[in-house]
Design a protein. Sequence first.
Length: 506
Amino acid sequence: MSTDGRKDHNDADDPPLVVAVAAPAAAAAAQPRTRTRMTLAERHEALRKSHFELKGGVVNSVATVLTRHTKSSRTVAAFVNKSMATVAAWMLAQTCFLMITHPMKRLKLEEKVSNLACRIIYAVAMSCIVPLILWLLQKPSNIRNMVLKDQASLINMVAPMCYAWAWKDVIAAILRLQSQTEHPEEYWAIAVATAIVAIVVDTLLYHCPAVRRAIKATTATTAKDGEYTSTVSFCQFLLSMPKSLGLAIGYAWNTVLSYPASELKQKVIARLFKFMLQVVYFLIVTFIITTAFKWWHSADSVEQQRKDKDEADDAPHAEKGDHHKHTLDVSQHAKLNLAQRIKEEESKMVHAAGQNFMTALTFVFAWAQLDLVNDFFFAYLMNCASPTVCSYQSNIGFASAITLVFTRWSFILTSEKRNSAWNQASAELTNMALSLNVGWAWSNYCSTAIASAVSTSGLSKPWTYVICSVFVWFFITVLHYKFEVERRAWDRHVHEETLSQGICQA
């Protein structure tokens, strides 16, 4: 039959073709049945393999879903916990500062000097109280009551941030001794000197052997619940506090690095141009800090590999004995040991300074990101000089919006895999900055809301801060407890699904 439905001259040959096709089928049927049984066995084996492949695909699919939801839950929990710690640390610092300033007024000091003295008193008090709290609550798992256990974990999370915020306020009070508008050059010189002195002091503290041992002891925690692997003494907690000074050093360096952009913005009248300057500053800071962050991590990993290789090369010599070392003169051997030790100490000093500077740059990046969104919403859209000048309604709207957006953004950054080292460094920096900026946004809302309450309630400012601090801590406690309940429920669900699906846990 042709394509148009008409018959052609080959239609008469159709019956022979059918016979020719049927003949091999008849011949195959006449063969022995052993071949048929082999075919069935092969089909059975193929069916069994496809069954295992299907089962493996289902298990892998379930494992992927559980892993994705677990990562999402942990990302949201860590994000909210860091934001809550930031708000709690700010509230406690402001409340204690106002309570200390009341008796300090009797000394009749200059306001800037009095504020600096109050900040130093609070910072010194936190330097003693925070290690004591961490020492007393280093084993929250020993507490049987779940509410008290979650409260202890919340205090352990907030306490280091309170210490960091206290010393950040000391740096800010030192910089406020000189007016930026009246004497900008002197202000910038003080900022540079403060930043350099802060990082040098922190590096010297890091370089002390006792401090290094204390930091190593306090950072050795279990992966499951974050508790310490062994009992840590109060002195070790006290000596390990310099590891939390990154916020203070970052504030000083942020003042230094953002000074040119702030001076240019003061000379520009149009708010659009001010916002454009802030965008340019943010892009420049992002490129520089991300590149430095990438280079530092690459150099640090190479240095660690070199140290591991040197230790592996020295191990056979230590076991068998190096005859060349025994033949050296005693004085030459002492000189070699002294030179090697000096070189190692210099390397440790440089590494500590670099690590402290990189930590400070992460906060500089966070403040640049916060200044960008603040300038866009408050300065450009709301026509306000700063968030604290705007109303508390605009602040709560802004804080709620960036909480939703930044939480989702943080989840995307942690769930996606980036191939380039530069993109990985950028994602890590951004993820660390997002939670801090959410906490700072809610702190600005609390500041404006309390200022509005003071003007309408008739209460004094210190007592208003006390009442609001108690309420904020109560709210944070309830929210943290709710997150912990959901986390434990999800862990049980993952464990049950793991057992039911036969997924092997790592």
